[in-house]
Design a protein around this ligand. Sequence first.
Ligand SMILES: *Cc1c(COP(=O)(O)O)cnc(C)c1O
Length: 457
Amino acid sequence: MRYASTRGGAPSIDFLDAVLAGLAPDGGLYVPDAYPVLDREGLAVEPYANVAASALGALSKNAVDSRSLAEEAYRRAAWPASVTPLTQVGPGQFVLELFHGPSLAFKDVAMQLIGPLYERVLAERNERLTVVCATSGDTGGAAVEALKNRERVDLFVLLPKGRVSDVQRRFMTASGAANVHAIEFDDDFDACQAILKSLFADRDFTARAHLSAVNSVNWARIVAQSVYFHVAANILAASGPVNFSIPTGNFGDAFSAYVAKRMGAPIAKLLIATNANDIVARAITTGRYERAPKSHATLSPAMDIQVASNFERLMYEALGGDAEHVRRLYEQFAQSGAFDVPKPAQDFLHTHFEALSLDDAGTQAEMRAWREAGYLACPHSAIAMSGLARLKGEMSVALATAHPAKFPETVQQTLGVRPELPAHCADLFTRKEKIASLPADVEAVKTFIRERTRAWN
Ligand SMILES: *Cc1c(COP(=O)(O)O)cnc(C)c1O
């Protein structure tokens, strides 16, 4: 199994190098040269870790010991057998709960696999890594929980001051781990992202710090996220292929669903559910991929994203693997902020996807309606649940991507109840916080990292 760039301008590499690299040097994203089809026998009944091992084994060509890796990743899960439980909320309507991991967000499911994966690869290569992550809220906490106290990794989390919830911040600052460094900037998420990009643009710094990013274009995250689509689809598929409604920001989860479908999971339509930041929903319905001048702050902040990075992987698929065409479209996007999806690619999109977007008032109305029906949903999950009624077919599943207790203010304002933190993190507000404040200046950040990372040489 080899991995090539969506833009065709980089040498093909193997699974582990693709995972450690993140972005390809020509600015594209790594995609596999084939999608092996998984044998569906047993996928509905096997423990989750076994399905994870099959998917990882198939997409890495057994470059890693996927079985013991998956077991290590998921043996401490709240539900070790199922990991991501399904709950029925109506006739043929289900919620797939992805938020039972250590930081209460779906990003844990993939990060819990990345932690031991990094550790093993680094031990084998006798290397250390400096991991940097810019976060609008949930990625940072999931990365901290996965990488805290790891011998060969030092983690630096860049977050926008005052723009993440108290619960989100504490997952990044109160781990007590010496190898975790939270840094806040008096600026927005885009500024954090810009600092991250400047760090990587300095080739010398990147090499000496042995820098790596665990953002949502990381291929291991896509693979790990494809697993719950296999599991849920196979459990529910008795009367035909299953639909999924997916709360979408950077298009990572949605692309993972498409990967599962390519690998044989019985999936019908994928409904892309967005908030007012609806660039992907517009691309699917209108055929034009066009960024708005600024992202809107909404009640579902984990989806407040202007450019859906992983959509490039889907465009590569939609264009039949024509990397040259992808490169041209994305060059145009960099220059003018838009491109038109070619007609055959539009047909491809309509075969697999539908789309919706919901504003804050609509989100709150959904939260209230589902609360009355007996289900307490976080704002992101409620947006996905709003799509259940319009999906045709026997079985439809909405993804619940965060625990309602991660957004207590919004839940309280909307529903008048304050959701409690689950037992495993009930002490979050009594733990000691450690956080540094830096000016949004890349040189200051470099100095901070250089003085602290054990990977420097
Ligand atoms: C990250 C996140 C999303 C969006 O997922 P993408 O893979 O970026 O599309 C949705 N909901 C929550 C709670 C998240 O943390």
